[in-house]
Design a protein around this ligand. Sequence first.
Ligand code: MN
Ligand code: MN
Length: 324
Amino acid sequence: MTDPFFHPVSGFDLPRFAGVPTFMRLPHVELDSQRLADVQVGLIGTPWDGGTTNRPGPRHGPRQLRDMSTMIRAQNGATGIRPFELVNCADLGDVGPNPASVEDSLERMTRFYDRVVDAEIVPLSAGGDHLCSLPILRSLARERPLGMIHFDSHTDLYESYFGGMKYTHGTPFRRAVEEGLLDPSRVVQIGIRGTAYDNEDRDFAKSVGIRVIPIEDFHARGIEDVMSEAKEIVGTRDTYVSYDIDFVDPAFAPGTGTPEVGGPNSFQALQVARMLDGVNIVGADLVEVSPPFDQSGATAFLGASIMFEMLCNIGLSLTGNGSN
Ligand code: MN
Ligand code: MN
């Protein structure tokens, strides 16, 4: 019997610093390749930060995440899961954005993801800034609204910036609710903190029924309690997972544009992703890694490690091995 899986290149065969970097050393499969039909989970880069309102740089995120993801091995050290033998995974490359146009970039991303969704591939994306989640949701949620588990220190629910700018990395989920891409009663935002402009985002969350779990509650209640509530909120129906690296304390993830102190450490950052087992994950992203602020590469390495944890649970979800 031939092996149906694309395997990552092992560090036993080729040193991990050698070779052309792809996400987790997986094969690169172009969207127009015949091999696309064999792919179940597509790792995709969205190298675009045209929605960034403060310190930029996530346009360089996918390349550094690919580089640091060569540190990832095939087996989860904590759970023993070997995701690359559960589902067939490949690096589908990058969306080619337009750094000079927000609207055109959003359209390009949606067109790319439409092809991924048409091929029935679950996307695991690497940003890019958080506005990249909106065009992804436009593809993934075109048939029905999704639930969402959202890790972030910000709600990204603002109405607009700079007098009417509706598309920034502070607004994607406001747009997604307005466009019917998310079912707000099945959305939970975890880790919210920092100084605020005002209460507009939280008032909106309350008015539509989005559950916001501030960092004070996260630390007081503990991870298991918070994650079990999150899983109850999204239930067993189709759910998106969006993970902003600024959820993590800047001591552990300094390489991001809008850091907020008082967050989880890197171990807790992995734990919340590991506790997504049983969630029916139809897509996930890891956004806002900004390599210019990531001198050691530690932020990108953490980001790649979080992507691996999410990938393990996507594998469980696709093979029906989750706890639900
Ligand atoms: Mn965000
Ligand atoms: Mn954020």
